[in-house]
Design a binder for this molecule. Structure first.
Ligand code: ADP
Ligand code: MG
Length: 140
């Protein structure tokens, strides 16, 4: 039996449409295989396409052509098995710490009961030592 592929990128290209001009080719010809538990860095100058690539792996953006496979399934959108820490924070400033996390838990685990959801959110808040800030907004 062949080894199961974990994350596999095949001939990825991403073009951004520019009004009145030709598409901007952000990445092209990307082939990449990452094994389970392998830790890798993607290094390159500012603007070379690192974030563009990560956004496609995260399922937050779609490649123009090529395939992205995770455990031999096509990546079609975001999922709870892939996490991204954004360079700029991505919190809703008008919601509390609790509500910001609850929003994500609701989206990713819609099957949880109210009680289970509460447990989850509290677990994550405790995990990052933010119990004291549970009801504060991100800016405060
Ligand atoms: N939404 C977009 N529309 C047009 N061009 C974009 C867009 N996003 C990124 N780009 C361009 O694609 C290139 C790669 O960007 P990016 O992936 O953010 O680079 P990096 O993360 O390596 O600094 C840059 O030239 C950037 O200006
Ligand atoms: Mg970047």
């Amino acid at each position: 039996m062949g080894e199961k592929k974990f994350l596999y990128l095949e001939n990825i290209e991403k073009r951004f449409p520019i009004t009145g001009k030709e598409d901007y080719v952000a990445v092209t010809n990307v082939d990449l295989e990452i094994k389970e538990n392998e830790i890798i860095s993607i290094i390159g100058h500012s603007g070379c396409g690192k974030s563009t690539l990560l956004n496609m792996i995260a399922g937050l953006d779609r490649q123009t052509s090529g395939n992205i496979l995770l455990n031999e399934r096509e990546v079609k959108g975001p999922g709870p098995e892939r996490a991204v820490v954004f360079q700029n924070h991505s919190l809703l400033p008008w919601l509390s710490v609790y509500q910001n996390i609850e929003l994500a838990v609701k989206k990713v685990m819609p099957h949880l009961s109210k009680e289970e959801r509460k447990e989850r959110v509290n677990k994550f808040i405790t995990m990052v030592n933010l119990d004291h800030a549970r009801d504060k907004n991100p800016m405060r």
